[in-house]
Design a protein around this ligand. Sequence first.
Ligand code: ADP
Ligand code: MG
Length: 356
Amino acid sequence: MSLQFQGITKRYGKTVALDALTLDVAPQSFTVLCGPPQSGKSTLFRILVGLEKPDAGQILLSGRDIVGDPPAERPIGYVPQNFALYPHQTVAQNMAYPLTLARFPKDEIAARVDRTAGILSITHLLAKTPDQLSGGEKQRVAVARGLLKDAQIFVLDDPLVGLDYKLRERLMDELKSLREELNATFLYATSDSLEALTMAQRLAVLDQGRVIQDGEVTAVYHQPSQARSLDLIGFPNANLYPGSVADGTVTAGPLRHPAAGLEEGSAVIAGIRPEHVRLNPEGDTAGTMQARVTLVENLGGEAVVYLDLDGHSLTSAIPLFDRAPPEFDSTVGVRIDPADILLFDGTSGQRLAGSR
Ligand code: ADP
Ligand code: MG
């Protein structure tokens, strides 16, 4: 089922929550909407499911505008952000509630609750009340409740927030398989770009109420269309520096790049991902830039190394294999291939042709 947002605008007083947002959601895709807090993710979802009306714009479902349709008539399942279960109802009653409201027949409701509980491995919880559940179990029930509807589009608003990482990993895997099983479109919001990269087939980057880039997840990661997209997606955060063109060279923070075709004096933003900032083996400082190690995060198989290079901070992510990470306050040789540097217009932030 095709889904398109066209020019969706929503204001709350002076706050512009959504600013003529446009997005084509690929049918049967796992599409992640990733943007910082307050970028408009929840507002977009509330408008999609019909809890709020946009000030302008259309939502086309299979080509038909559904903006005026009552929520119950929209074929969309919804897991709201921070959903709290009703404390005095059992898990089964909590799950059934939206269908009860929509006056589904009792046996139909029971059959769906059983089936969805089975898929999400919560059958053993159905008779319990929320106070008897762990945090992870509650979240699983909230997700199950949203997936109960016989829909072709499911909307999940930051459903894993606050869970410990083992539980998150498990639920992430389950949600991906669930999408395949239901063969539905999943639209999933998160502000965590690592979670977004893990989950997404397609990724839409949201910033200040607009989709600034969308596409297949690896394309968005490797070919950011603007500096903000590079800034928002990826962990650890990308290195970004304002700079300018002089004597045929882009100089931005510690980065240097041939200015091929760029006007002398023009403002540029240059960026590089931490995995492209390579470090020489310990003691080998020949023919490279020298940097001081200001912090090391050892993640086992890799390390994030924070550096000071001529007064500029620079983050490097290196695979460790069988070597130890560099030591705090030591000096390391840094290698940057200019081909790995991404260049953006200093004013608009748009990617400049010719870099990478
Ligand atoms: P996100 O889900 O990405 O964190 P939201 O959609 O919740 O973003 O919020 C987008 C913007 O709209 C924020 O500035 C928020 O304060 C504002 N906003 C959202 N809902 C309301 C509301 N009901 N009343 C006033 N402002 C709101
Ligand atoms: Mg939100």
